[in-house]
Ligand binder design. Structure first.
Ligand code: FES
Length: 147
């Protein structure tokens, strides 16, 4: 059900941990499954992501996608990091089962949230970046929530 790459990143996650005095920190959760992900970015004066770490309190797919997402943004410019979408992360992992697609969204949103934090702290504008949601479940499947 899971690709070898997913299993590898789940069992040997890259870039797990935190960064002290990070340039940007982003935390997002999904209230539906209860999973939370936090991304730390260390960005140099040229806007290059020197280091990135993550902490995920979540399922195996969330761990694997955070691990892959951190690998994909490391060494990139903040603008290039915007291209690391959940689709790009899933492709790099050779796919995820459909019920686990939302886990990869958590990784994309956590990176965006950390970039947003960095941009706000430095008074800069990152093209295409929108204010991230703190709960990616917000606005999804509204009909279910109207009770
Ligand atoms: Fe929620 Fe995977 S089940 S992030």
């Amino acid at each position: 059900m899971y690709s070898e790459k997913v299993m590898d990143h789940f069992q040997n996650p890259r870039n797990m941990g935190e960064i002290e005095n990070a340039s940007g920190i982003g935390t997002v959760g999904n209230a539906k499954c209860g999973d939370i992900m936090r991304i730390y970015l260390d960005i140099d004066e040229d806007g290059i992501i020197r280091d990135v770490k993550f902490k995920t309190f979540g399922c195996g797919a969330a761990v694997a996608t955070s691990s892959m997402a951190t690998e994909l943004v490391k060494g990139k410019t903040v603008q290039e990091a915007m291209e690391v979408t959940n689709k790009a992360v899933m492709e790099a992992l050779d796919g995820l089962p459909p019920v686990k697609v939302h886990c990869s969204l958590l990784a994309e949103e956590a990176i965006h949230a950390a970039l947003w934090d960095y941009a706000e702290k430095n008074g800069i504008h990152i093209e295409g970046l929108e204010k991230p949601k703190s709960d990616i479940h917000e606005g999804e499947e509204q009909e279910e929530e109207e009770y």
